[in-house]
Design a protein around this ligand. Structure first.
Ligand code: NAD
Length: 294
C-alpha cells in the first residue's frame, strides 16, 4: 500500500541548508577571512561514535568548515581530557569544540561539559547554553538534535502553537532541551520516559509525537492519533539494520507526516551542528550573524 503520510525529508532539507552554509563561508573566505574551524574530540573506540564523528567531519568538509580531530585512547583520564579542552578553549583559530558522547565510564561527562567554553560549545550542553535555552536568552547555542527538529518542522510549515506534543524520552541530549524549545514555540508539551505509567495515554492525544528513546519500534500504529505528525529520533542497530523508535510501516498509514530513519532527524542534527559552528565563528570574528532561530 502507498504511504499516505508526507515524508519529512531531513536529507534534502539538509542539502539545502548545507548549500547555504557553504556559500556563506565561501563569501567570508573570498573576503580574506579564515574558514570556520571545529575541533572534534573522541575518546575510545565506541563503534557508533566512530561513525558519527566521521559523518560530522565529512559534513564539515563539504561546507568548508575545517575540522581538527583528536582521537584519544580509551584509557585517557579526566585531567588529560581537560588539558586538551583548555588548550582548545584558548586557541584563536578554533571556533567550536565537540566532545563526542558517550564518554567512557571512568570520565564524568558533567566535568567535561563544564570545561568547554560556552562560546565554543556548539553542542549546546553547557549549563550556560541550556540555561539560555530555558530562559530564551539570545546568544546561546541550542543543542543540535532539538534545533534540527525545530528547523525540519518549520520547513514543512508544521504549526506548534497550541498543539499537544508528546515527547517520549527525557534524555539530556534530546528530550529535555527539546521540551524547553517546544514550550517556547507555544506547544503544550508532555514528556514521557521509562517510568511513565501509561505512555499510550499521552501519545494517542498528541498532535505531534516525537520519540527519542533508542528502543526499536517502541511506537506502534495503535499508539498514534490519526493525522498526527511523527518525528523519530531513535537510532538502533539491529543486526545489519538501522531502526528507529517508530514502527514506520504501521505508523505511516495513520500519520499526516513522518520522518524516515535514516534520512530524517539524523542529517538535520549534523546540519544544526554546522549552523552552530558557523554561528560560533561569526560571533567570534564579529561577522554579520544571520539568526538561525527567529
Ligand atoms: P538517553 O539514554 O539519554 O535517554 C533515553 C530516554 O528514553 C530516557 O528518558 C528513558 O527514560 C527513555 N526510555 C527508555 N526506554 C523507554 C521505554 N521503553 N519507554 C519509554 N521511555 C523509555 O538517550 P538519548 O541520548 O536521548 O538518545 C535517545 C535515542 O536517540 C537513541 O537511539 C540515540 O541514538 C538517538 N539519537 C539520535 C540522534 C539523531 O541525530 N537522530 C541524536 C541524538 C540521539
Amino acid at each position: 500500500m502507498e504511504s499516505s503520510a508526507i515524508i519529512l525529508d531531513g536529507k534534502s532539507l539538509s542539502e539545502k541548508i548545507r548549500k547555504e552554509i557553504r556559500e556563506e563561508i565561501e563569501g567570508y573566505v573570498q573576503k580574506g577571512y579564515r574558514p570556520p574551524c571545529l575541533a572534534v574530540v573522541l575518546v575510545g573506540e565506541d563503534p557508533p561514535s566512530l561513525v558519527y564523528v566521521k559523518n560530522k567531519r565529512k559534513a564539515c568538509e563539504s561546507v568548508g568548515i575545517k575540522s581538527l580531530f583528536y582521537h584519544l585512547p580509551h584509557n585517557t583520564n579526566l585531567s588529560e581530557l581537560l588539558d586538551l579542552i583548555a588548550e582548545l578553549n584558548a586557541r584563536e583559530d578554533v571556533d567550536g569544540i565537540l566532545v563526542q558522547l558517550p564518554l567512557p565510564n571512568h570520565i564524568p561527562m558533567e566535568e567535561v561539559i563544564l570545561a568547554i567554553s560556552p562560546k565554543k560549545d556548539v553542542d549546546g550542553f553547557h549549563p550556560e547554553n541550556m540555561g539560555r535555552l530555558l530562559g530564551r536568552i539570545e546568544g546561546g547555542f541550542i543543542p543540535c538534535t532539538p534545533l534540527g527538529i525545530d528547523l525540519l518542522l518549520k520547513h514543512y510549515n508544521i504549526e506548534l502553537k497550541g498543539k499537544d506534543v508528546a515527547i517520549v524520552g527525557a534524555g539530556f541530549i534530546v528530550g529535555r532541551p527539546l521540551s524547553a524549545l517546544l514550550l517556547w514555540r507555544d506547544a503544550t508539551v508532555s514528556v514521557c520516559h521509562i517510568h511513565t505509567k501509561d505512555i499510550k495515554k499521552y501519545t494517542l492525544e498528541a498532535d505531534i509525537l516525537i520519540s527519542a528513546t533508542g528502543v526499536p519500534h517502541l511506537i506502534k500504529g495503535d499508539m498514534v492519533k490519526e493525522g498526527a505528525v511523527v518525528v523519530d529520533v531513535g537510532i538502533s542497530k539491529v543486526g545489519e539494520k538501522i531502526l528507529g523508535d517508530v514502527d514506520f510501516e504501521a505508523v505511516k498509514e495513520k500519520a499526516y507526516a513522518i520522518t524516515p530513519v535514516p534520512g530524517g532527524v539524523g542529517p538535520m542534527t549534523v546540519s544544526a551542528l554546522l549552523l552552530n559552528t558557523l554561528k560560533a565563528y561569526e560571533k567570534k570574528t564579529s561577522l554579520s550573524i544571520q539568526p538561525v532561530i527567529s
